[in-house]
Write a protein that binds this ligand. Structure first.
Ligand SMILES: [Zn+2]
Length: 332
């Protein structure tokens, strides 16, 4: 058993309470590689922001769970070295799909876990979430649950259709499961293709797709029923068109990739939404920089030559999100 406290990590409890009160949201960035980890830590330190570094099942399969755990420990030490004496870094399991996986992560130094029972029948979702909560709270680990289904594909998580969270269920669910935060479905979606062109309208000036708006009425109804309870938005990348254009210009093929407009996420950050998950935007920033670098420098073959601009580009994106979208800067 390794407690996250020994690693210098923190859970989400205090962080979320402050974010709900303060009208901002904590960034939850997925990571798989050292360059992503470095970019996340540099961005968080420079902006004095708390940060959630999250690991999906896909990341565990790609990088190995043990390595990611030590990278999170390294992230804390790296943040200190960069001049942040008390970094607020959470190591979070994204989309845990069983009690056993959540337990394994809790036993191995994660400070927060998600149990995603959103595809299960309601009572089963409550029962397993509650079991995870009972185990997690023994070690002061916080638990995120999910109600409602997001559409889209990301790692092993996929659903063809979304089902908005039903506001009438949230009070009963949060009370009986004992979860610390709740991921809801109000129209965000996983991946870089959040909406089909048919679901969108086209901006007549730019020809770009404009996605359907988030269901703020449902969010506000949920806030009314569980005032101050920490709400989480998954699938909240904005799929920046300049990165998509760069990828397409240098040999990529991402037609009609579309995300959530940042103005809407900014508005959501001011509500009880206190954790916003961003993964695809980091992937796009990395790939755009690598494609551009290799196209412009065909003789380069040292990975450091193209991973350095990739890291810089991700860091720029993370800082932009923290300062201009989530408002979590200067909160340490
Ligand atoms: Zn998700």
């Amino acid at each position: 058993m390794t407690s996250y406290k020994e690693l210098g990590l923190v859970n989400t409890r205090e962080m979320f309470a402050k974010a709900v009160k303060g009208g901002y949201a904590i960034p939850a960035f997925n990571f798989n590689t050292m360059e992503q980890m470095q970019a996340i830590v540099q961005a968080a330190v420079e902006t004095k922001s708390p940060v959630i570094m999250q690991v999906s099942k896909g990341a565990r399969n790609y990088a190995n769970g043990t390595i990611l755990r030590y990278m999170a420990q390294g992230a804390v030490e790296y943040a200190k070295e960069l001049g942040c004496p008390n970094p607020q870094i959470v190591l979070h399991l994204d989309h845990g799909d069983s009690f056993e996986l959540c337990k394994e992560c809790i036993d191995n130094g994660f400070s927060s876990v998600m149990f995603d029972g959103s595809a299960l029948p309601y009572e089963e979702n409550i029962a397993i979430t509650k079991k995870v909560v009972e185990y997690a709270h023994k070690y002061d680990v916080t638990v995120e649950a999910e109600l409602g289904v997001l559409a889209g594909v990301e790692d092993e998580v996929s659903a063809a259709e979304s089902h908005y969270t039903r506001p009438e269920e949230v009070e009963d669910f949060s009370k009986r499961s004992g979860c610390d935060s709740l991921a809801i479905s109000i129209g965000t979606s996983h991946g870089a293709y959040k909406f089909t062109p048919e679901q969108c309208t086209r901006d007549p000036k730019t020809g770009k797709l404009v996605p359907p708006p988030l269901a703020f009425d449902i969010l506000h109804e949920i806030e009314k029923r569980i005032p101050g309870f920490p709400i989480v938005l998954h699938g909240s990348s904005s799929v920046p068109q300049d990165e998509v254009d760069t990828i397409n210009k240098y040999g990529g093929k991402l037609p009609d990739a579309v995300g959530i407009p940042e103005e809407q996420l900014r508005e959501a950050s001011k509500s009880a939404v206190c954790k916003i998950n961003i993964d695809s935007d980091s992937r796009l920033a990395m790939t755009a920089a690598i494609r551009k670098h290799l196209a412009e420098n065909p003789s380069h073959f040292d990975p450091r030559q193209y991973l350095k601009p990739a890291r810089e580009n991700m860091k720029k994106m993370y800082i932009h999100k923290i300062v201009n979208v989530l408002g979590s800067d200067n909160k340490l």
